[in-house]
Design a protein. Structure first.
Length: 63
């Protein structure tokens, strides 16, 4: 497997993680008490996954 294909796979995994985090955040906002403390801060997870995906995709394009 080439490095570029591997990087695109990692970028796709980051996109899937961001989509899962968006789903988790949507579930949190639909609760009766959206300010209740949860175990995971989904917005932060989504932001990190999006940034990581963009960085890895940029490396994939350059390679």
């Amino acid at each position: 497997m080439s490095t570029q294909a591997m990087l695109y796979g990692v970028a796709a995994s980051c996109a899937a993680a961001a989509a899962g985090a968006a789903w988790g955040d949507r579930r949190r906002t639909q609760r009766r008490d959206p300010d209740a403390v949860g175990v995971i801060d989904w917005r932060t997870v989504q932001l990190i996954a999006i940034v990581a995906g963009l960085v890895v995709a940029a490396f994939a394009v350059r390679s």
